[in-house]
Ligand binder design. Sequence first.
Ligand code: SAH
Length: 206
Amino acid sequence: MVFSKKEFAIILSKLKVFENPNPKLEQYPTDSEVASDLLWNAALNGDVEGKIIADLGAGTGILGIGALLLGAKKVYFLELDPDAIRLAEENYKKIEEEYEIGEAEFIKGDIKEFDKTSDTIIQNPPFGVQDEHADKVFLEKAFQKSKIVYSLHKTETIDFLKAISKDRGFVISHRYNYDFLLKKTMKFHTRKNERIQVSAIRFSKK
Ligand code: SAH
């Protein structure tokens, strides 16, 4: 596929997003600018083309679908919420009609039970705002199942990320910083739209 980074971002911006985001599951979609930049960098690092990839907590599938558009061989989409995974499948089918892309496998289930190995994991897990340990569970699973992990986190948690990755035999090789827009999609949000600092971290196994 030949398109520019800008065109890639536009394709991703047209995917469907959550209809009724569930605050307990921290369903904040990655916006298309962040997703396209992160995936474009992952592709430049040689972690996407021809690779088997897992998108954990896939939501409506933007990260995994983007990876397929950049030449991934196969993507596992793992998601707990049946409505989200249905949208991810719809998004995939729509893109597949228009572009020649690799295979997708949709798995409805909890992160704890995910058992597929892959070359690369690309995830935007819950940040652990609602459930303090949610991001930790995703990271630990990712470190068990892949040697290369891209994961989005609040920048302020960097010390925790350094410590947990070191413990599991991973190093932080790259860090991409973004201003993340949390849209006022959930009832408990008081301010209109909130910006938070997030970092996409590339962890690689030592
Ligand atoms: N990857 C998507 C969605 C990010 S939001 C994107 O980048 O846009 C985090 C996602 O993780 C939500 O879709 C939520 O439903 C899912 N999730 C939360 N807890 C989960 C769990 N225990 N197992 C699997 N998925 C979970």
